[in-house]
Each structure stands twice: as structure tokens, then as C-alpha cells.
Design a protein. Sequence first.
Lengths: 321, 221
Amino acid sequence: MSALTLVRQLGEVVLAVAIAPLFMGWIAQCRAWLQNRTAPPLTQPYRMLRKLFHKDAALAADASPLFRTAPYVLFGTMVLAAAIIPSVATDLPFARAADAIALIGLFATARVFMALAAMDIGTAFGSLGARREMMIGFLAEPAFLMVLFNAFLLYGSTALPSLVDANATRRFFIDPSVIFAEIAFIMVLLAENARIPIDNPATHLELTMIHEAMVLEYSARHLALIEWAADLKLFNYACIGFALFLPWGIAVHGADGGGALLLASAVLLVKLAFAGAALALIESLSAKLRIFRAPEYLAMAFLLAVLGLLVHLLLGANIHA
Amino acid sequence: MHDADLIAQLLRLLAAGLLLISFAMLSRRRTQRLITLYAWQGAILFLSTCLVAYGEGLRELYYSAALTLILKVILLPWILHRLIHRLGAQWDSEPLVNIPATMLVGLVLVIFAFGLAQPISMLATTITRHTIGIALAVILLSFMMMITRRKAMTQVIGFLAMENGLFFAATSTTYGMPMVIELGIALDMLVAVFILGIFFFQIREQFDSLDLHHLEKLRED
């Protein structure tokens, strides 16, 4: 492991942490445009974070240490996930430490801590949100795993970097299973990141909240960290999507000099811009589902991913063939 | 050679899209959405038939593709839209056997169809032979849609979707049927939709609803 790989790794993490709020701001801006509203500035999430970091934190009287440590755990896991997911380069020392299945475990850790912290204070809304979050999580995880299995089957690896290497350098090839996996992935992404068909991030009505209900008791720097972690989570999911389905432009192993890295960063920004606009479009076109419809929605995602596997077995020629 | 390879890939992609639309049809509750999906299914059929015709240089397949475009993408959806508009049934959302269960049964059907088609596709020599399994799955899924739905309208759409599956199966196994047969089928479909449209009005007049379970019991008056 040379010093250069470490620098690359560090640079990627810093880039992820820095532009995750920007991605969120871009989605908010697109949504505002699509809904004929005046858009908030792109830097709105940063201003929000700055404001929150300058405030004094208020803690509930019976908050346990768990409540105070949860935001740090959350932020830490999301940063670690950003280090594992190859977004700019694939030759990353951290990325070899964990494969995509471990990555799902990492997201699950964050989810468990969030839910425990929400239940810690003992308010009704907190535990309501936590229960809903766990329900969504346990339905979304198998679907996500199935999506990943699609990619594993296609490229013959469970490690994201080698998967991306195989994916980015192969000749152009359309595998029908990929469309199933893509749709399932987008559905899981929306569900896992508390976006519209499952949860409305802009809601003010506590009874319909999922993610927001869990963070109601947080304030100041804790809230800032949680918000930032949520931004990073969405960014991470987007990057997983790019790694699985749109790897072109990333600096692959062996061809990752300074120029390639710059190019890869620029390509990443372009992809994020398109992905953000597409997400905003999907969210504007769909209505929030009743919570009891959520299992149906996620069952659909699971099913599509399984169908992708089946179609791959029947139709997909192996890329190595 | 590369061209043929690309065409085969595109055909697989379209076949997968067809399967996707069949599942989307199973999961929809609104009749209007079903008709839109039906039109999309027709569009995919049109594209795939054109591709097969181009790849194999078969001129008469272009005619059947054009027939598909006119009938299944434009005419039939338009007639169906008019019908549900006249019947006031466009927002009909029907109580259905629970959708995730239907989807799971659909998945089993797909596995069954794939298994069934495996030996057949070994025998066929067309470039589309791998898609026979999907065509079979589409037929079975539409069949299931007809069984699980209660409204007359959705059953008819299921019937039409089944015909789409059959057409796709025909193009993928033997590059389509003779022109006479295809014309006959197309005319049959058109007439069937007209007659069924008349049936809808009759059923509604009798029972004030398009729910077919009213037809299951005999009336003694």
C-alpha cells in the first residue's frame, strides 16, 4: 500500500463528505422547480449545518449516553461506507476490507443505532418512527441483497472495486437482468433514504413521519451530524448505484493518475446532477404511499430483483463467454 | 456478425421489458393504467417484430409489425379508453386478492414457464429462441390476471395481453404465423373488443356494476 493510495482514499472520503449536502441541495432545488416553487439556494444544506453547529445542544433529562453517542456512530458509519464504496477510484485500501454484503451490514448498524436512540427518550413519536424504520429496513434489506446478487452473478465478484473494474472495462453489453435490478435498486433507494413513496422528508405532520419522527428530540450539533449522515447515506446509495449500473468514467485500477482522477471526479458530479434531477422527477410524480402499502411496494422491489436473477439465468449470456 | 449480436441483445432486452410490463399489470389497481400498460406492451411487440424482420430480412414481418402498431398501440387502447369513459369506469379500483401474494404466485409461474420452455428453445433455431420462456410467462401471467380480477374490463385487458404473449411466442419460435392467420387474428381481436364492449353495457344495465361475480349466481325471479 503506497502513500498515494492513502491520499486517494482520503481525497475520496473528503470529497464525499463535502459534496453530500450539495447533492441534497440539488435535489431540493430540482423538486422546487418541478413544483413551480422558488428554489432554495444550492448551499442551503450547508447553511443549515452551520446554523446547527453554532447552537447549544439541548438534551432531554433522561437521555442516556446512547442518545448522545448515536449521532457520532451514525456519521462514522456513513463516512466509513463512503470510504468503502468506489465513487472516484477503485484502487482503495479501505474498499478491500469489506465487500458489498458487509456494506449492507454497515447500513444496518447505523439503522439499529438510530432506532435505539429514537426509543431512548421514550416519547411516543420516537418509538413510532423507530418501529416504522425497522419495518421498512427489514423489508428493504432482502430486496437490496437480491439487487446485489444480480450484479455479483453478472460480474463474478462480491467486492465492489473488482466488480466496478470488471464492469467499467468490459465491452458494451446489454444484459436484460440489469433493467430489473435497476428498477428494484431505485425503489430500495427511495425507501431506504426516506424519500417520497415511503416517507416525505418535508412533512410537518408527525403521524406520517418515519425518519423525521426519530430525530425530533435532537438539536444543534447532534441534529447537524444526523442530517449530514442522512445526506451521506443518500450520496452513498447513489454511488452504489453508479458502481453497479453506470461505472463508466471512474478511474479503474491501474489507470488512476492525477488526470484520470480529476476526470472521474468531474464525471461523478455530472452523474450526480442527472441522478438528482431524476430522483426529484420521480418524487414529484409519485404520491406518498400509506404505511400499510409499504410492504407491497418493497415486495415488488424484491420480486423485480428475483426476476432479474431468473431472467439472467434464462437469457443472459455470461460476459466472460 | 456484430450486428446480429446487437440485435439479439436488444431482443432480449425487449423481452425482459415485456415481462416487466406483465408484472406491472398484475400490480396495478386502476383500469386506466392497465390500458396504458397494454399499449406499451403493444409498442414493445412492434419494436421486437421490427427487429426480427430487420435482422432476418423477412419482409412480411414488417406488415405484421405495422398491423401490431395500428391495432394494439393505437386502435384498441383508444377504443378501450372510450369504453371506460362511456362506462364511467376510469377510476375503478377493484378489491383484489392481496397483491404481494399474486406477485409471488406470478414469480412461481415465471419459473414454471422458464422450465417448460428450456427444452423447446433447445430445438428452435431462430435468433429469438431464448425468449420463448418469456413469451410463455407473459401468457401465463395474463391468464392469472384474468383469473384474479373481478371486473369485466380488466378481464378483457388480460385476454388482450394474453394474445400479445401468444404473438410474441409465435415470432420468437417460428418468425410469426402466415399472413392470413395473422390478419384473421387481428380482425378477431377487433371484433371481440366490440362485442365485449356491448356486453359491458348489457352487464351494467342488468347489475349496475361491472363486477362479474354477479354473474355467478342464478336469479329466480
